[in-house]
Design a protein around this ligand. Structure first.
Ligand code: PHE
Length: 339
């Protein structure tokens, strides 16, 4: 075969390959053209290459050079076609292959549970009022859940039917243990370890074997508060309750105390907040009973204090208009996503 024929065939190949690669506007078309021209087995370039053997010895170097140049040109055409697809522009015009106005792929993001959100908001509010946040164990002994809180042996609050006592403690004959029924346990734990003045809140789970209904659940959360110093009065308690309620629920909140009884406070009150046209009870409060101070080694002649325990679910539900506590624990994503 003459050298001119050989190089002519290469020229023709280059021309038609360039045209095909330019027309290739999708990845599939580019791939099709690549196989057609540069395919290792039956590619058209390979076909021409086979003719190299028919070229005379003298002309072979020139023919080989031309073959290499063609190969590079085809490779370049392929690279350009691919990069155009990546950039979303076709050789034919500016029409983008990638449509940026199409809706994207959305991912489902994780979500913070409304009670967790409420807990951090309440902690923030109390933090601004100067209360630091502390924690305590959910598995408690009788001492912290009852004895040190001045709850007498025969008090109905200790009834096994009203508490989750843990059988392992009974079996090993140790101090009875239970899932704490109130966060007031943390008052004791803090006072045992710290000297006054004390200004803390503790937010956490408590457990009572109640049948679940719209307003009860066997596990719920409380926010316990404790303020101990010289000359702390009931007026301080009411001020803190008012500032807290105003921060969490909003302006127009009123606070009402109704006389009540708790073994660990004297006097004791039920705490109601008025908001959105309604009085709702949120928990108990009162002035720390001298017996509680004695149990932790404080001198009740020297310090006074107030304590309160508010229902976290109730606060969250009232503010967000949730009417059934069970909704918070069904883990229905449709419901939880609203918060
Ligand atoms: N621990 C009480 C309850 O669970 C609430 C409370 C806390 C009352 C602190 C007074 C003082 O009902």
């Amino acid at each position: 075969m003459a050298l001119v024929t050989f190089t002519q065939r290469l020229e023709d190949l280059k021309e038609s390959a360039n045209a095909d690669f330019q027309k290739a506007t999708t990845q599939a078309l580019v791939e099709e053209a690549r196989v057609k021209y540069l395919g290792a087995k039956n590619g058209l370039l390979k076909e021409v290459q086979k003719e190299l053997g028919k070229i005379s010895k003298e002309e072979k170097p020139l023919a080989g050079k031309a073959l290499n140049e063609t190969k590079q040109a085809l490779q370049k055409a392929l690279d350009e076609a691919e990069s155009q697809i990546r950039s979303g522009v076709t050789a034919a015009g500016d029409q983008p292959l990638f449509d940026p106005t199409l809706p994207g792929t959305s991912y489902t993001l994780g979500h913070i549970h409304p009670i967790t959100q409420t807990i951090s908001e309440l902690s923030d509010i109390m933090g601004r009022l100067g209360f630091s946040v502390v924690g305590g164990p959910e598995v408690e002994d009788e001492d912290h859940n009852f004895n040190a809180l001045n709850i007498p042996q025969e008090h109905p609050a200790r009834d096994p039917l009203d508490n989750f006592y843990l059988s392992f403690a009974q079996e090993t004959n140790k101090t009875p243990m239970l899932l704490r029924s109130q966060t007031s346990t943390v008052q004791i734990r803090v006072m045992e370890k710290t000297k006054p003045p004390i200004r803390i809140v503790s937010l956490g789970r408590v457990y009572r074997p109640d049948t679940a209904d719209a307003t009860h659940y066997p596990m719920f959360h409380q926010m316990e508060g404790l303020y101990v110093d010289e000359k702390v009065t009931m007026a301080d308690l009411k001020t803190v309750m008012h500032l807290f309620a105003k921060s969490y629920l909003g302006e127009g909140v009123k606070v009402r105390f109704r006389p009540s009884f708790f073994p660990f406070t004297e006097p004791s009150v039920e705490t109601d907040f008025y908001w959105n046209g309604k009085w709702v009870e949120y928990g108990g409060a009162g002035m720390v009973d001298p017996n509680v101070f004695r149990a932790v080694g404080y001198d009740p002649e020297e310090v006074t204090g107030f304590a309160f325990g508010l229902g976290v679910e109730r606060l969250c539900m009232r503010r967000h208009n949730v009417t059934d506590i069970r909704d918070l624990y069904q883990n229905d994503v449709q419901f939880l996503r609203q918060f």
